[in-house]
Ligand binder design. Structure first.
Ligand code: ADP
Ligand code: MG
Length: 247
């Protein structure tokens, strides 16, 4: 089953075209690693998928519903419903600094008012346990390490029971000794069959966890394949050079 269908995604900032006819599908339980040099459009692509950026052309379909079809966006109410199926984790955590860990997790679901407070509280407790932070529920983000902040951000994104999780370089802002605890949570999610797109420089993680790797360069997907094939036997010289630099 297709969770995400991206077709001929096109986006420009002024004169500069940053996404050039990006097309790919994400099926249920896929873990897709997106790699590529800085400035190649990886963040813009993820941000467009979750509707933090508007695209200029192409289609984005989530669990069968079009967020955008041939450049035409769905109605606001439909957009809300469609984007609620996606959880996003950013490089710089984006936690609310004035809210505790528990409040960060519970804010969005409580605002939606479609579930009982008790149900929401139970889920936040379960998710904090899952990411190993039950004892930090009452802490403010400023009191947490980077690795802990990112684990809170992951738990928060999971609060809405998303059909797909998107990660934009989730460990790039972390001290090297803290990346492991975040990658471990992500690996566990993958093992529980969460559908994921992960923009990452962690080639070891991509190789071990992803079932597909997409290599982006200058606004295009120039090569993609299973990690064993793309990392060991890349077709293009550009891919090969990037991979040699990255491992
Ligand atoms: P990546 O995540 O692969 O490093 P980005 O998606 O951040 O790439 O950026 C792709 C290109 O778009 C870059 O050339 C970047 O300078 C440009 N860009 C990104 N965001 C903006 C913006 N808000 N305004 C103008 N240009 C932008
Ligand atoms: Mg980026």
């Amino acid at each position: 089953m297709s969770i995400l269908e991206i077709t001929k995604l096109q986006k420009s900032y002024g004169e500069i075209e940053v996404l050039k006819q990006i097309t790919f599908d994400v099926n249920k339980n896929d873990v897709i690693a997106v790699i590529g040099p800085s400035g190649s459009g990886k963040s813009t692509m993820l941000r467009s998928i979750v509707n933090l950026e508007k695209i200029d052309g192409g289609s984005i379909r989530v669990c069968g519903d079009h967020l955008v079809k041939d450049g035409i966006y769905a109605k606001p109410q439909e957009i809300k419903q469609i984007t609620s199926k996606m959880g996003m984790v950013f490089q710089h955590f984006n936690l609310f600094p004035h809210l505790t860990v528990k409040e960060n997790l519970e804010l969005a679901p409580k605002m939606l008012k479609i579930e009982h407070a008790k149900v929401i509280q139970q889920r936040s407790a379960d998710l904090l346990e899952k990411v190993g932070l039950s004892d930090r529920a009452a802490a403010y983000p400023s009191k947490l390490s980077g690795g802990q902040k990112q684990r809170v951000a992951i738990a928060r994104a999971l609060m809405m029971n998303p059909d797909i999780m998107l990660f934009d370089e989730p460990t790039s802002a972390l001290d090297p000794e803290l990346t492991g605890e975040v990658l471990k949570v992500m690996k566990q999610l993958a093992e529980e069959h969460m559908t994921m797109i992960v923009v990452t420089h962690e080639m070891g993680f991509a190789k071990e966890v992803a079932n597909q790797v997409i290599f982006m360069d200058n606004g295009r997907i120039i090569e993609s394949g299973h990690p064993t094939e793309l990392f060991i036997n890349p077709k293009l010289d550009r891919t090969k050079a990037f991979i040699e630099r990255s491992f």
